[in-house]
Design a protein around this ligand. Structure first.
Ligand code: SF4
Ligand code: SF4
Length: 129
């Protein structure tokens, strides 16, 4: 099962279907090329992973505590209901990032992953430096 999805029984089709599960917290565009990692220090379960150009919150490992959100200096972290419309693609990006990785169970031991979802990889240089 992909991270960020869960199986549920569909009584109409009598099959198991895969549904997008809640993605509690999402990191959006202001993080791209900033990556100052203040959020990592706050996360009690080490579920904020470093990609090539930004950080990503694991949708299954996040325990929804909210500790990361206020410390981000560029306000890149949003609760799922609060993600601005123009950054909705980042909700799925935080899921896509983990399709290959699965659930590593901790970002520190994994280290930086040289991957970003294609639309993020294609963005022009951004951020404050
Ligand atoms: S604190 Fe904000 S800008 Fe820094 S890595 Fe975390 S989400 Fe990105
Ligand atoms: S909400 Fe809590 S558990 Fe989830 S990424 Fe932020 S600090 Fe980590």
């Amino acid at each position: 099962m992909l991270p960020g999805y869960h199986a549920s029984w569909c009584p109409a089709k009598k099959v198991r279907v895969r549904k997008a599960a809640a993605v509690p917290y999402t990191i959006a565009e202001p993080c791209v090329d900033v990556l100052d990692k203040a959020c990592i220090e706050e996360c009690p379960v080490d579920c904020i992973y470093e990609g090539g150009r930004m950080l990503y919150i694991h949708p299954d490992e996040c325990v929804d505590c909210g500790a990361c959100e206020p410390v981000c200096p560029v306000e890149a972290i949003f609760y799922e209901d609060d993600v601005p419309d123009q950054w909705n693609d980042y909700v799925s990006a935080n899921v896509d990032f983990f399709v290959e990785l699965g659930s590593p169970g901790g970002a520190a031991k994994l280290g930086k992953v040289d991957y970003d979802p294609p639309f993020i990889k294609a963005l022009p240089p951004m951020g404050e430096h």
